[in-house]
Design a binder for this molecule. Structure first.
Ligand SMILES: O=C(O)CCC(=O)C(=O)O
Ligand SMILES: [Fe+2]
Length: 147
């Protein structure tokens, strides 16, 4: 598990600056503790951005790309971003649950059937794929795993 503290300083131009650009997490799951006062996280669904409301003391559990692969697409890893507040700084704490880089992952056999054919290849070192696709090519890393 990797843990990261995020600190988003205020910015007077939230119309042109994002805290985190749109992405889906490359994890199995991500545990997220959000700021108790300042919102910022948004999820993309049906061509719209939806705010993630503050729920004090709650951990937000986000499905990552590797859960999408393991579940043969039953779980979808959502696209999300962080917007910046013009006046207040924001904190978040993210714990990224990821397998060791030498472990191969693929859809669970029991979820691959005639009615639900296999959608993803076997992948290894998804963090490496994530880095190459997301940061270097600006593409969704899950595309690399699709059959
Ligand atoms: O700061 C947040 O609420 C989310 C950050 C995030 O999406 C990430 O670190 O992957
Ligand atoms: Fe994220």
């Amino acid at each position: 598990m990797d843990v990261r503290f995020n600190l988003y300083p205020p910015c007077s131009r939230p119309d042109v600056v994002l805290g985190v650009k749109p992405h889906a997490d490359g994890t199995i799951i991500t545990l997220l503790l959000q700021d108790k006062q300042v919102e910022g996280l948004q999820f993309f669904k049906d061509d719209q951005w939806f705010r993630s409301p503050i729920v004090p003391e709650a951990l937000l559990i986000n499905v990552g790309d590797q859960a999408e692969i393991l579940s043969n697409g039953k779980f979808k890893s959502p696209i999300h971003r962080v917007v910046i507040n013009p006046d207040k700084e924001r904190f978040s704490l993210a714990a990224f649950c990821i397998p060791e880089s030498d472990k191969e992952i693929e859809p669970f056999e029991s979820l691959v059937k005639e009615s639900t054919p296999r959608l993803y290849k076997k992948v290894k070192d998804y963090s490496g794929i994530f880095f190459e696709y997301h940061y270097q090519q600006g593409r969704r890393p899950i595309e690399a795993a699709k059959i």
